[in-house]
Design a protein around this ligand. Structure first.
Ligand code: SF4
Ligand code: SF4
Ligand code: FES
Length: 260
């Protein structure tokens, strides 16, 4: 991100001034510099209001990509707080800095060669056993994940439990930034979820059957025909298709089963 110059556009400036009059302003400190921003803004919007332009450290703006990890402190409070800049609204006098990326060891592996044995994780991430059970990672997680418990599950060889506990991980890296044992929790969790999804969960037979059907060319001709339909006609086909009702029963099928 970088501070941008004051706008030369009078209309833009007027809108900004009007907003300043209408909203109550609160002081915040971004990387040590004081700004006054309208209360009720998220940290991300407040930073943009203050003139910062996000090139990195911003993605979905919806709390799911993990790009906007932020740390802050309130004056007189010893505790370091964490937040996602796109979700947390500003509070007066918060001192903040963003951590859009935190360097962490990511093991290299060929996934197809891995088994579902816990030893695979131990081999790739031996630092797993450096965990001192301090729980700092759990306290740092903006997703409310029991990070230490998920690490404990991995240490005990319970990949399924680690995958379950870490399901909501958005890879923000804030846990890693606080870890005494220098673990890269989120990379370990990603490996656990991959192994669980691909090598522990039972295979869905109907999915395998559908993949086989596709590979055998069941849809080749249909797709080829659709590729030659002109734009407006294609739109019409799409808009007039029979949509699945909500809620639909398990055995629901459209009347025209040509595309199934
Ligand atoms: S487990 Fe770590 S990387 Fe995942 S969301 Fe929580 S703090 Fe972020
Ligand atoms: S912060 Fe690191 S050392 Fe502490 S409990 Fe979490 S994984 Fe273990
Ligand atoms: S921008 Fe994606 S989580 Fe905040």
């Amino acid at each position: 991100m970088s501070a941008k110059k004051e706008s030369k556009n009078p209309a833009e400036t007027a809108v900004k001034e009007k907003r300043q009059v209408a909203a109550k302003l609160v002081p915040i400190y971004i990387m040590g510099k004081r700004y006054e921003v309208p209360e009720g803004l998220t940290i991300m919007k407040a930073m943009e209001y203050a003139g910062y332009k996000f090139i990195r450290g911003c993605g979905c703006r919806g709390g799911t990509c993990g790009a906007c990890g932020t740390v802050y402190r309130k004056p007189g409070d010893y505790k370091l707080q964490v937040a996602l800049a796109c979700q947390k609204t500003v509070e007066p006098d918060m001192y903040m800095a963003q951590i859009p990326f935190f360097p962490a060891n990511r093991a290299q592996y060929k996934f197809a060669d891995l088994t579902s044995a816990p030893e695979e994780v131990f081999k790739l991430y031996p630092e797993l056993f450096r965990c001192v059970a301090c729980n700092a990672c759990t306290k740092a997680c903006p997703q409310g994940i029991e990070v230490m418990d998920a690490i404990s599950a991995l240490k005990q060889g319970n990949i399924a439990e680690a995958a379950r506990l870490s399901f909501d991980c958005i890879q923000c890296g804030l846990c890693t930034s606080r870890c005494f044992g220098e673990l890269a929790q989120y990379h370990m969790f990603q490996l656990a979820r991959r192994i669980y999804g691909a090598k522990i969960l039972p295979r869905a037979e109907h999915l395998a059957e559908m993949v086989r059907t596709i590979n055998e060319g069941r849809y080749d001709q249909i797709l080829d025909e659709l590729k030659h339909v002109k734009g407006d006609e294609l739109k019409k086909l799409y808009q007039e298709r029979e949509a699945e009702p909500m809620p639909a029963g398990e055995d629901w099928k459209p009347k025209d089963t040509k595309y199934l």
